[in-house]
Design a protein around this ligand. Structure first.
Ligand SMILES: [Zn+2]
Length: 346
């Protein structure tokens, strides 16, 4: 669940390209904006000029017809009719990987991502099985949601394959620490975690550029959630480690995020996000002086009314903080006679 924080960051560009168009960030790096049919109405994707081999695209947009139309316009427009050599997905979320299957089919490009993110995309786009549905059912019943909300949450259909109609069938695997030469530029694959299990970012230390995916964004706090596939996960620990790693990069790095405007102020932004989670952890630990369900914690953290979709993300985020507090030995969890989990100070 994104939350807005004041962001006194430096933005070298005060406006973004219109959806379906591009502008240069610096020679050989294009900022492309694609529209999304959500409240978050855009994604930034990046095209890096690889010289004779053609463009490397970082992220692809949602797998819908609007995105495909945008790409068709861009191929002959901003991309100058030159080949697309490679499509990279920073992570498996539909706005990032959704059009990648179509792009590689359409252009003959290779596809690169981390193994985990690609496998997640393959699994989710294949749809759910009865056993997976039962695991989802158990996960949300344990959270203590009221019956109406629980039924609405369980009634959701797997929407993943709508945004990701095809996943690229073959992978060039990226690992944290890999070096990637794109034309004259040399990029290091930076890892991390928390928002998803094994996202990749790309860092060009020569030019001080970081393509950050959703790992660090200028205005919204990336969603850090626990999902029914891994109910005891502690993604917040991974995310806090990632924030510490960003702080080791040069302070004047120009961050190219997937949403919002490029910015300088990486260290400051990492500190804001760390403080945001620290405050949440403190608030939840204080609440759990008395036993609380995950649903009670969610309602306290997110006071405004939440629709079903928002509730799923808010609940995932609340459980991420609860699991982290358990791992730190601050909270314990036990299951009551009604099958609902209760969290309490250890
Ligand atoms: Zn994402």
């Amino acid at each position: 669940m994104p939350t807005t924080t004041p962001a006194p960051l430096q933005h070298p560009f005060d406006s973004a390209p219109a959806p379906g168009s591009a502008q240069a960030v610096m020679p050989g790096v294009l900022w492309i904006r694609l529209g999304l049919p959500f409240q978050l109405d855009h994604i930034n994707v990046w095209a890096v000029d690889g010289g004779v081999e053609g463009w490397t695209l970082v992220d692809s947009g949602l797998g819908d017809s609007r995105t495909r139309d945008s790409w068709e316009g861009l191929f002959q427009g901003a991309l100058g009719g030159r080949p697309i050599a490679r499509v990279i997905a920073t992570h498996f979320h539909p706005d990032h990987i959704g059009a990648a299957g179509w792009l590689v089919e359409r252009t003959g490009a290779s596809f690169a991502a981390s193994l985990t993110e690609w496998l997640f995309a393959c699994t989710l786009s294949a749809g759910s099985t009865p056993a997976m549905d039962r695991a989802v059912d158990r996960f949300y019943r344990r959270s203590g949601l009221d019956d109406d909300t629980l039924m609405a949450v369980l009634g959701r259909k797997n929407a993943y394959s709508r945004g990701v109609p095809t996943v690229p069938p073959t992978l060039t695997r990226l690992r944290a620490g890999d070096r990637l030469a794109i034309g004259e530029s040399l990029w290091r694959v930076a890892g991390g975690g928390g928002h998803t299990a094994e996202p990749v970012s790309l860092h060009d230390s020569g030019r001080g550029l970081l393509i950050s995916g959703d790992q660090i964004l200028p205005r919204i706090s990336p969603n850090i959630s626990v999902w029914p596939t891994e109910p005891d996960a502690d993604p917040l620990a991974d995310y806090l480690d990632s924030l510490a790693a960003w702080s080791a990069l040069p302070a004047d790095t120009l961050v190219l995020p997937s949403h919002g405007l490029p910015f300088r102020g990486l260290h400051q932004r990492a500190a804001e996000l760390r403080d945001h989670h620290a405050e949440r952890l403190e608030e939840i630990a204080a609440q759990c002086a008395a036993p609380h369900t995950a649903a009670m914690v969610t309602r306290t953290l997110f006071k405004r009314p939440l629709d079903t979709h928002q509730m799923v993300f808010a609940m995932g985020e609340a459980i991420a903080h609860l699991n982290h507090l358990i791992r730190r030995g601050i909270l314990t969890r036990h299951t009551g006679p009604d099958g609902v989990d209760l969290y309490q100070r250890a």
